[in-house]
Design a binder for this molecule. Structure first.
Ligand code: E4P
Length: 294
């Protein structure tokens, strides 16, 4: 069991309560959990239903999602459970908010995930005014993080922002640089946005997130199990991260940008190809669980 708990809060990135329980036994605690439509589609019970020829209606899919987070909710600590709205590229902020308001009542420790798009930001802005906690997902640029900061200013609860490290690595860019740049940009700000390193693929991503003092990190069970096998290493003060892709190739650095956090949220260019692709992938995975309508 882990005795030297890092400052960074540790969340399980998954959609299976049994897995959360397994990690909790291994570490002795779990601070929180993140879920997303792809992870929910992979949930063993949902998969079993689909394998036996029983696809779900969208109401049944939402009911299943609710049941899953209700089992996970009491297993985790104060970083809560992030629940993602079902949004495609045409979903309006009002539609996302309506889902978010409903999902927020499912459990006492919910964070609602909205994508880092114009509509997602508008939904977040309206949510924080209603004291709905939010986690801004599919973040791939510093400009998106600046826009999240500006749009959610005044939030009573911490707002999470999730930079997706692994998916940037996948296309040859050093995803850890994004975490570093966002942390640097927020350094002298008001502290209402917390960085949640996401899309973690291996132990070095986890250690780099600790070294950068990311407030939170969400990690697949298999990476946490590897961390346990290695006896829970914590990065030393002089830790240096070796930015390498899955075949050992060097990753392209992402340069820091000077951005003014006092500007209005709409003034930042928040478009990013990977955010669009990420939404499309979540939609496809979500639809794969649904009954085909004739
Ligand atoms: C968590 O909030 C994210 O949805 C998750 O970390 C994405 O990870 P992936 O890029 O491995 O799908």
């Amino acid at each position: 069991m882990l005795t030297n708990k890092p400052k960074t809060k540790i969340l399980v990135d998954g959609g299976d309560p049994d897995e959360t329980l397994r990690v909790k036994k291994l570490l002795g605690f779990v601070d929180g959990q993140t879920t997303n439509p792809s992870l929910i589609a992979k949930n063993p019970e949902i998969q079993q239903r689909i394998a036996s020829g029983h696809s779900l209606t969208s109401q049944e899919e939402e009911d299943e999602y609710r049941k899953i987070v209700q089992i996970i909710s009491p297993l985790v600590g104060d970083a809560g459970v992030s629940i993602e709205v079902f949004a495609d590229l045409d979903t309006s902020a009002e539609e996302m908010l309506a889902q978010g308001e409903r999902m927020f009542t499912w459990i006492p420790n919910a964070y609602i995930k909205y994508p880092c798009t114009r509509e997602g930001l508008r939904a977040a802005e309206m949510s924080v005014r209603k004291q709905i906690r939010v986690n801004m997902t599919l973040c791939f640029s510093q400009a998106q993080a600046a826009a999240v900061y500006a749009a959610t200013k005044g939030s009573k609860a911490p707002v999470y922002i999730s930079p997706f490290v692994g998916r940037l690595d996948d296309r040859g860019e050093n995803g850890i640089d994004l975490v570093k740049n966002v942390k640097t940009m927020y350094k002298n700000a008001d502290g209402h946005v917390h960085v949640l390193s996401a899309s973690i693929r291996h132990l070095d991503h986890l250690l780099a997130s600790f070294a950068l003092d990311s407030e939170l990190v969400t990690v697949p069970a298999k990476v946490l199990e590897k961390w346990a096998v290695e006896n829970f290493p914590i990065p030393p003060r002089d830790f240096s991260y070796k930015a390498a892709g899955s075949s050992g190739e060097p990753l392209k650095p992402i340069p820091y940008k000077e951005l003014d956090l006092n500007l209005p949220g709409q003034s930042f260019d928040i478009s990013h190809e990977l955010t669009t692709k990420g939404i499309q992938k979540f939609v496809a995975d979500y639809r794969s669980t649904l009954k085909r309508s004739a």
